[in-house]
Every structure is written in C-alpha cells, then in structure tokens.
Design a protein around this ligand. Sequence first.
Ligand code: 77L
Ligand code: MG
Length: 214
Amino acid sequence: TRSTRPQRMLKAVQKNAIRGNPESVISAIDYFCKHSEWAMNVGDEKGCILDSVVTEVDPSTVLELGTYCGYSTVRIARLLSPGTKFITVEFNPASAEVARKIIAYAGLQDKVTLVEGASGDLIPQIKKLYGITTFDFIFLDHWKDRYLPDIKLFEEYGLLRKGSVLLADNVICPGTPEYLEYVRNSPRYESRYYPSHLEYTKVEDGLEKSLFLG
Ligand SMILES: O=C(NCCO)c1cc(-c2ccc(F)cc2)cc(O)c1O
Ligand SMILES: [Mg+2]
C-alpha cells in the first residue's frame, strides 16, 4: 500500500542525514519539505526563533504538545542541558511511530519521553505519571482548538510557576484566535508576538511567547 508522508519523510532522513547528528536530521527534513513535499513541521525560520527561546529559558522541565514527526522535538532536545526532563505528546499513532524513529536517528532518544495520547487526558496525570511539579517551558503545536483548553488545564493542575514560558506555533496560520485573546488579555501572562511565516512558505504566521506571572 502507498506510504504516508511521514514515512517518506523518515526515508529522506535515513537516506540524507548522519545517524547521531541532530543538525543533519533537521537539515534533511527541511530539504525534503522544500524540495519534495510540504509538511507541517515548525520549519527552519520559526525553528530559529524556537531555538533562541529554548536557549534563553534553559529549562529543566519541558513539555511539547504535538510531536508530529519529531522535527521540533529534535530542535529542542539538541539544546537541552543533561538531566532535563522533556515530555512530548502525540495523538496520532502513525506520526508517533515515525517520530520515535527520527528522534532515535538523531541520537536523542534518551533525552525525550514520547507519550501517545490526547493532551487533555494526559495533562491531569503528568504529576502522577512523570513526577514533574511544574514546567519551565511548554511548546504548543498540536490541534489549534486545544491550545486554550489545555492552557486552562495547566493552570487548574498547577503545572505553571512564576516564570514559566509558553511558546505557541501557528497563532496566525491556521490561527488560534481564542488562545491569543486569552493570553493577551489575561493579567496572569505577559505575551509577545514573534512574526514569521508558515513553514516553507511566504504565508504570514508567527509564534506567541507568553510568560506566566503567577
Ligand atoms: O495541525 C497542525 N498541527 C497539529 C497536528 O500535528 C498544523 C497545521 C498546519 C497547517 C496545515 C495546513 C495549512 F494549509 C496551513 C497550516 C501548520 C502547522 O504548523 C501545524 O502545526
Ligand atoms: Mg505548527
């Protein structure tokens, strides 16, 4: 049967990247998406902004919602200090399977815990299952209509601390209007918009960084 786009992306990584070299995995995926098939990775332009925020925060605990094929997982994991706890959540089992292989190809499998399931089901259990009290850095890149309900779950289950940083992808395209309205108007967050473009295109998009004030 016909392969899927994530499977074809994995093949491109195995063919063009160097095992154990995260930079080459990132480059191979970006090349595949620019020259073969567009895919919804955060991409190189927004990826550089993601890199700078992760480096600035230097988190000890990280949560990513929306692993997809593991591109941003590799971008984040390659920058983390040893001993950092990094959980990434993916709803789609086929994507999760490809992500595990791409993360492993980059040699970062020991730095990441990939959890298959719905973010809304998992968030209430994170403390119990993973012994994490609060997250220093959260990357939201999953279903756009889940950003708002999930940030409310973070608050409800005490997963944020004064200084926690949330970075949200796609706040313009496809768009997350209710989430943006919430973080920009809530007195509990200090938000800033980083203008960019939809991955591998000239379409306007950007990242919203929100600092939890406690
Ligand atoms: O749905 C998304 N992510 C959750 C599932 O993994 C997603 C979609 C798009 C996108 C798609 C179709 C289009 F026409 C424009 C944008 C882009 C992204 O960066 C995304 O993260
Ligand atoms: Mg995205």
